[in-house]
Ligand binder design. Structure first.
Ligand code: FAD
Length: 356
């Protein structure tokens, strides 16, 4: 079989995780475009951030950590403007980072599948195939939105949308809206839609674990990351991060709780054409349901490698697949935050250098 080209390492994805790995590969003197390539299907720099809604601001709930080496460019997310859309700042900083460290990200290139070819691998894309020895999968979760199934979901006559589809509160002016989910995206939507939607109801699968502080509690966050790590090492489906960390009460959120806006109801039991019905018979009319119910790792293109375990996940430790030593998963499980993704860079690049 002939490949369009051969490159020792292929990095799929140029979000925080893919860029951090690429930065360390460069630090180990690998040359981008020759020793490794970075492919991304997005039209521009910015990873998933470029697709997020314009009203989302940096630091509205969690901190966005800097990429390794970013200080060299005199850039830091900690000092970035808070009145500019997060997607614009992240895209701008990532673009400058890619240029400065000469990462030569190839985009838009969509990876369709990764398959075995003897001892090596072939990465099939919409722009040709690449033969390689190692794949770093850093594809995040944005492309795999998760919506749980509820009875009557197909009967609901209004609009269903997921966090990934949300554009602006104005789309819901004078509508009755139900927001589903117990995380910071759901809370952000409730705050934005107040005074715009005519009816606004918040529902969550379990009671919200409000933290007393304005920031994530360090121990709670460490335990949530450890739970992700245990699941990844056991090849299990990953637990929800927010159920492990709790939700920090920023001043804006605390005020929302105080005025009765941020009070979640338990989940409805069935959807009907005009709204949702609870087990006690109460009904809330709805024109739209926003499912802020999270994402799953986007791994469809790796299906031919059969990494998926019966327990529902992929067995990963320190960013490496334990099923296939040619595959690394950056930003997966315990690395699925901007700080985790940044740390993944060094861990994964070191392992690859030892194998090359
Ligand atoms: P992504 O940024 O998703 O990058 C993945 C890249 O892979 C994308 O550029 C995509 O185009 C590319 N890709 C995917 N599939 C393919 C394919 N088949 N072929 C080619 N390219 C492909 N974390 C924080 O630490 N702080 C926050 O404040 C925060 N806020 C968040 C807000 C929201 C609404 C969400 C959903 C998440 C938030 N996170 C936050 C989590 C955070 O986004 C991630 O941890 C981090 O940015 C993810 O980086 P990543 O590189 O793993 O993925």
């Amino acid at each position: 079989m002939r490949f369009d080209r051969d490159v020792p390492v292929v990095v799929i994805g140029s979000g925080q995780a893919g860029l951090a790995v690429s930065y360390y590969l460069r630090r180990f003197d690998l040359v981008a475009g020759q020793d490794f390539v970075v492919l991304d299907r997005g039209p521009d720099a910015g990873g998933a951030w470029q697709h997020r809604w314009p009203s989302l601001r940096l630091g509205s709930a969690h901190r966005v950590h800097d990429l390794p080496g970013m200080a060299e460019l005199d850039l830091s997310f900690d000092t970035a403007a808070r009145d500019v859309p997060a997607r614009d700042i992240v895209a701008d900083y990532y673009r400058r980072y890619e240029e400065h460290f000469q990462l030569h990200v190839e985009r838009p290139v969509t990876v369709r599948s990764v398959v075995n070819s003897g001892a090596d691998l072939v990465v099939h894309t919409d722009r040709g195939s690449i033969g390689t020895r190692f794949v770093v999968n850093a594809t995040g979760t944005w492309g795999a939105p998760f919506i749980p199934h509820y009875p009557g979901v197909m009967d609901f006559a209004g609009r269903h949308l997921h966090t990934a589809d949300y554009v602006s509160a104005e789309d819901f002016r004078d509508k009755n809206v139900i927001v589903v989910g117990g995380g910071t995206s759901a809370i952000g939507f409730m705050l934005e839609l107040e005074g715009v939607a005519s009816g606004l109801t918040w529902v969550a699968r379990r009671p919200i674990d409000w933290l007393d502080s304005e920031q994530l509690d360090v121990e709670g966050a460490a335990e949530a990351v450890a739970a992700q790590d245990r699941a990844a090492r056991a090849g299990q489906a990953l637990p929800s991060i927010v159920s492990g960390t709790g939700v920090p009460k920023t001043r804006r959120i605390a005020a929302g709780i105080h005025r009765g806006l941020l009070v979640a109801k338990p989940m409805f039991s069935v959807l009907e054409p005009g709204g949702a019905r609870w087990a006690d018979g109460s009904v809330v009319p709805a024109d739209a349901i926003i499912w802020a119910t999270g994402f799953r790792p986007e791994l469809r293109h790796l299906a031919p490698l059969k990494l998926r375990e019966a327990a529902g996940g992929v067995t990963v430790g320190s960013g490496a697949s334990w099923t296939d030593p040619r595959i690394f998963l950056a930003g997966y499980g315990p690395q699925a935050s901007t700080i985790g993704a940044s740390r993944a860079g060094r861990t994964i690049a070191r392992q690859i250098m030892a194998l090359l």
